[in-house]
Write a protein that binds this ligand. Structure first.
Ligand code: CTP
Length: 400
């Protein structure tokens, strides 16, 4: 696919994972992007600029005072035409400079001059990654909309194992492509996504819950954000990291989820309910820890409200509700029943017992059912890809 009209500034800092940014530059050029590399001085100690120059077929910016023959400062010219600034690898040093508006070399100056989205891919030793000052700087960048390709666990430069290894070129490339190619077809839409499990407390230390990791809902929230929507993510206690650029509200119980969903529902265009909601809660909550007494304990449970069904009744023309049906048997039959009972516009049938589908993993296998009898079966996909398919269908429903 030709991307000739898109310009990427690739910022390269002095991390030991710099070889991955050579590969990344080469892949971006192959995909047709116009790539301009800006290197820090430390990066040039690890790799000669000529390597990036040959790969990118553009001059490498190293020094702001090296302005050549043009009257215009190169970094401003570059910053003006960039569609994306990607810094790979991203050291703790450049993160610290960006979070504090420091511009003392070419890359940090470009970083405060661009008016395009910024993507960073941190890579550092685990202790540096977990250092509270570095963590606070990363949080500042996230709050200001800088996108992250988070590092992974694995071998580090020190020879130790731990968190902080630069993510793979494939993942970074996919993120760049998403950021540059995603259609803004949900621009102006308010989307609410629910995710994760709910917890129903028996006493102050015990609760009934389920295995939901929240990853599917988080992927939908991320995908909706990338398509220009204003997103509210209502999450149970999930293990997944919340996406950046999305307002996240945490709940624990089904009743709290209900309150959070009903508030603002009338102003919401699309609700995607990926949360795994507890259908029952203990009839009574014991303020003190329940003590062990008899051999057996019977816990009376009472039914929670069906929130999806309530929204299905309340929704007005133009509002879209999407439900998930997590099943282990009779997948399509059960999903079809839920589609009707909950008056959803779309139901995502999810056989949680299938290999590669359901809880905790990064992939899913789903079938999309709508009110017109359409039944679209998707192959094994990443949860992010599933999320994009769901939103493609939602956009079609809005337009129909
Ligand atoms: N849901 C809900 N309120 C509930 C239970 C479920 O809003 N009390 C929503 C879920 O978020 C999901 C859809 O309804 O989008 C289907 O959830 P699921 O647990 O598969 O179905 P249930 O209605 O609980 O039916 P069952 O447990 O009998 O399969």
């Amino acid at each position: 696919m030709k991307q000739a009209n898109k310009t990427i500034i690739l910022g390269v800092t002095g991390g030991i994972a710099i070889h991955k940014s050579i590969d990344l530059a080469s892949q971006l050029v192959k995909q047709g992007y116009s790539v301009h590399v800006v290197m820090t001085e430390n990066a040039t100690r690890l790799v000669q600029p000529i390597q990036f120059q040959v790969i990118s077929r553009n001059p490498v910016l190293l020094d702001l005072f090296d302005i050549g023959s043009d009257w215009k400062p190169v970094h401003i010219d570059l910053a003006d035409k960039a569609d994306l600034l990607a810094i790979v690898p991203t050291t703790a040093n450049i993160i610290g400079k960006m979070a504090n508006g420091i511009a003392d070399d070419a890359l940090s100056t470009v970083a405060i001059s661009v008016h395009c989205p910024i993507l960073i891919a941190p890579a550092m030793e685990q202790h540096m990654y977990e250092n509270p000052f570095v963590a606070a700087n990363m949080q500042t960048l996230k709050e200001h909309g800088v996108e992250f390709v988070e590092p992974v666990s694995g071998d580090l430069a020190s020879g130790k194992q731990g968190m902080g290894r630069l993510n793979t070129v494939e993942v970074i490339l996919e993120r760049i492509t998403q950021m540059l190619q995603t259609p803004k077809d949900l621009d102006g839409k308010r989307v609410v996504v629910t995710a994760g499990p709910t917890r129903e407390y028996l006493d102050p230390v015990r609760f009934i819950s389920n295995r939901s990791s929240g990853k599917m809902g988080y992927a939908v929230a991320e995908a909706a954000r990338d398509r220009g929507a204003e997103v509210l993510l209502i999450s149970g206690p999930a293990t997944a990291a919340p996406p950046t650029g999305v307002e996240t509200r945490y709940i624990e119980t089904t009743l709290e989820l209900q309150d959070a969903l009903l508030e603002g529902f009338d102003q919401t265009d699309i609700v995607v309910m990926a949360a795994a909601v507890a259908d029952y809660r203990p009839q009574s909550f014991s303020a003190n820890k329940i003590k062990k007494r008899a051999d057996q304990l019977t816990l009376p449970l009472e039914q929670n409200p069906d929130i999806a069904q309530a929204l299905g009744k309340r929704k007005k023309k133009g509002q879209i509700t999407v439900g998930f049906a997590a099943e282990t048997d009779d997948l399509l039959e059960n999903a079809q029943k839920k589609l009707i009972k909950k008056n959803c516009d779309l139901i995502i049938a999810n056989d949680v017992s299938a290999e590669g589908a359901g809880f905790e993993g990064d992939t899913n296998i789903v079938t999309l059912l709508d009110q017109n009898g359409n039944c679209e079966q998707l192959p094994l996909l990443s949860k992010r890809e599933v999320a994009d398919h769901i939103l493609d269908r939602v956009v079609e429903l809005i337009l129909s």
